[in-house]
Design a protein around this ligand. Structure first.
Ligand SMILES: Cc1cc2nc3c(=O)[nH]c(=O)nc-3n(C[C@H](O)[C@H](O)[C@H](O)COP(=O)(O)O)c2cc1C
Length: 378
């Protein structure tokens, strides 16, 4: 896997040391960091998934890793020669298919020293290869075209798949294309004893119209996948080899939000209300469309398979069970109700949520305030 890492011009040596140090902290033994034809851009080859590296960098930063020189880490999916026709072909043949028909996309071109062409003209020309709806402000997918000397790196990225020191604070200054909701700390979950939460948990399929606050969603997401040991990056739910293959999305009337454990934030991935699509995907379980928040636990089995091979398929399913049960117990403790839902069409759920090809939905957990229950205290 490869990444391009931007660094300050003339600081390749320092950036290289920092990149190697960070990658070794992430468990990579033989990373390769090379200069490129472009001043200020290093090419990194790693045995790890490049998106895992991005997530790892975010975790390292949170743990106090002193990033100073390696400023922006961008996964690279494809390379081609620096030729307009070759790029166009790559976009049409490989990239287009990675953007679901109902997803929006935007393009970013770093043309650097490719003389004789304006960036705007390049974008207009290349964009014709992808017949998906363009959204420059909040694209579901960002197609990045990086001209690096005689070669061109192309990536298809979700907004959170770039690690940039400029935006990683994830506060209000974060990139406007990746609106992020900071969640309050999860210091308590209703003050209910575990035995009581276990007693209360019951599958609930009818909900009042009352929505969940982001703090409620934050508590539930934290219970499912929250970080409980920042130094070691460990979470509420156990994970084989602590490889954490799960991704958690919260689907509400306001859109689809990805929980980011490292920063305890929700990142908006789409503004569409896709709960009715989920209900259809769940073999017509129509009550999902009226559920205030449907969580989806998905797995990137490859993260676990790298260490455990074929056993990973079993492990990720066990882990989804752990995460879902944590979430359901937290819901019970908060006076909320939920139901684990396993009856759905994987591809239809993946499409409704715009999941990456590497992500398999394993479990849906619709949650809301049980219909008829007394209003819970705010
Ligand atoms: C793996 C699994 C899949 C499930 N799938 C669904 C589902 O698709 N739809 C549904 O309404 N309930 C589903 N359930 C919930 C069960 O129907 C429910 O747990 C069972 O009736 C016991 O009731 P209780 O959860 O209230 O104890 C599922 C439960 C499990 C463990």
């Amino acid at each position: 896997m490869e990444l391009l890492v931007s660094h300050r011009r003339g600081r390749f040596g320092k950036a290289r040391r920092e990149i190697l140090w960070a990658l070794r902290r992430l468990g990579e033994e033989h990373p390769l960091v090379e200069r490129t034809a472009v001043h200020g851009i290093a090419r990194v080859r790693t045995a790890r998934d490049a998106r895992d590296v991005v997530r790892g960098c975010r975790r390292l930063l949170l743990d106090g890793f002193p990033f100073e020189h390696a400023l922006k880490w961008v996964p690279v999916d494809y390379w081609c020669e620096r030729d307009l026709e070759a790029i166009r072909r790559l976009l049409a043949e490989k990239v287009r298919g990675q953007i679901a028909p109902d997803e929006t996309w935007g393009m970013q071109v770093e043309k650097r020293d490719w003389e004789g062409r304006r960036t705007y003209d390049l974008i207009v020309d290349l964009a014709r290869a992808i017949d998906r709806k363009v959204d420059l402000d909040h694209p579901d997918r960002l197609v990045r075209v990086d001209v690096v000397g005689e070669q061109v790196a192309v990536s298809v990225l979700r907004p959170d798949e770039i690690f940039s020191l400029a935006t990683v604070g994830l506060g209000p200054q974060a990139s406007t294309s990746t609106p992020v909701i900071r969640l309050p700390p999860t210091d308590e979950l209703g003050g209910v004893a575990l035995a009581e939460a276990l007693r209360r948990r019951r599958s609930v399929r009818g909900f009042s119209r009352r929505t969940l606050r982001s703090s409620d969603i934050g508590r539930l997401a934290w219970a499912a996948q929250g970080i409980t040991d920042a130094a070691a990056g460990l979470r509420t739910a156990p994970s084989a080899g602590a490889l954490y293959p799960l991704e958690l999305d919260a689907v509400t009337a306001r859109g689809v939000f990805r929980y980011q454990p490292a920063t305890h934030t929700l990142q908006r991935r789409s503004s569409a209300d896709v709960r009715a699509d989920l209900a259809r995907a769940a073999l017509g379980q129509s009550w999902l469309a009226d559920t205030p928040c449907v969580f989806c636990v998905a797995a990137v089995a490859e993260r676990t398979a790298r260490k455990y091979g074929a056993r990973a398929q079993r492990y990720v399913q066990l882990e989804a069970g752990h995460a879902a049960q944590n979430l359901l117990l937290a819901a019970a403790a908060l006076g909320l109700g939920g139901t684990p839902v396993g009856a759905f069409d994987d591809a239809a759920v993946a499409q409704a949520l715009g999941l990456d090809a590497s992500e398999t939905p394993l479990y849906l957990v619709p949650v809301g305030w049980p219909a008829g229950a007394r209003r819970q205290p705010d």
